[in-house]
Design a protein around this ligand. Structure first.
Ligand SMILES: *Cc1c(COP(=O)(O)O)cnc(C)c1O
Length: 243
């Protein structure tokens, strides 16, 4: 099954041909590579430009139950087509949109203390809505800093007014298996995870899956490799070509 994506001018001379079967195959390869660990899918940025709605439907048909997007709007679009899926919003809360998350059962990934406070403050019903927490262990892009992490674990965890469904961190150099930061981030994340004994932990994106089972924890969350991008530098690409 292939599909044609054309959102530009009607007579544009170039077309993008997307092989949805290849995406399904790549999902299976990643699911098998992560062995017992469930495999989520990152479909942010319109599934890396390939069309979030089509791609997500194919992934759901092939057994994917958990999806990550960056923005609330992406989550709302995804909710319309996948009423049962678990949907995480990586950028978390920006302003006063907590109610929308509640209404559409979207799970924010909280990236700093102020997002945690906003989510805590938004819990009004007897059934508090869950959130995920993102810890920065070396990527230095999103997530609680080591200082914030320490303070949260020591002082604030017991004050949270919502359940934590998952904790995540993101590897910075996983496409280079010999890079020392991989092990450092792994150890850092293991230490953090000890404070969350009954919470699902997720560290590996595409490249991390191929570092080995220690990096898999309870959920892996590939993006690029689903769409055919090689997960590891300077080695043959195990993924099927999609575009
Ligand atoms: C984009 C992203 C992913 C997916 O990464 P890939 O390298 O494309 O597999 C996973 N986790 C987070 C937090 C991300 O931002």
């Amino acid at each position: 099954m292939t599909t044609l994506k054309s959102s530009g001018p009607a007579y544009a001379p170039t077309h993008l041909i997307i092989d949805l079967d290849a995406i399904a195959n790549n999902y299976k390869i990643l699911d098998v590579s992560s062995v017992q660990t469930p495999c989520a899918a990152v479909v942010k940025s319109d599934a890396y430009g390939l069309g979030m709605e089509m791609v997500s439907s194919v992934l759901a048909t092939n057994g994917c139950r958990t999806f990550f997007v960056s923005l609330l709007d992406e989550g709302l679009t995804l909710r319309r087509i996948l009423p049962e899926a678990e949907i995480f919003i990586l950028n978390g809360l920006i302003g006063s949109e907590a109610e929308v998350y509640h209404e559409y059962r979207l799970t924010p990934v909280l990236n700093d203390i102020s997002q945690i406070e906003i989510w805590s403050g938004s819990q009004i019903s007897d059934t508090p809505q869950p959130a995920a927490l993102h810890f920065d262990t070396g990527m230095a892009r999103l997530g609680l800093t080591p200082v914030e992490t320490q303070s949260l674990i020591e002082n604030q965890l017991k004050l949270l007014r919502f359940p934590i469904t998952s904790i995540i961190s993101h590897l910075a150099c996983a496409d280079d298996p010999s890079h020392p930061l991989n092990k450092k981030q792994l150890e850092q994340f293991e230490l953090i995870a000890k404070n969350f004994p009954f919470v699902r932990a997720s560290l590996a994106a595409s490249s991390g899956i191929f570092l080995g089972p220690k990096w898999h924890f309870d959920l892996v969350r590939p993006g690029a490799s689903l769409y055919g991008v090689a997960p590891t530098a300077n080695t043959p690409n195990p993924m099927c070509q999609v575009v």
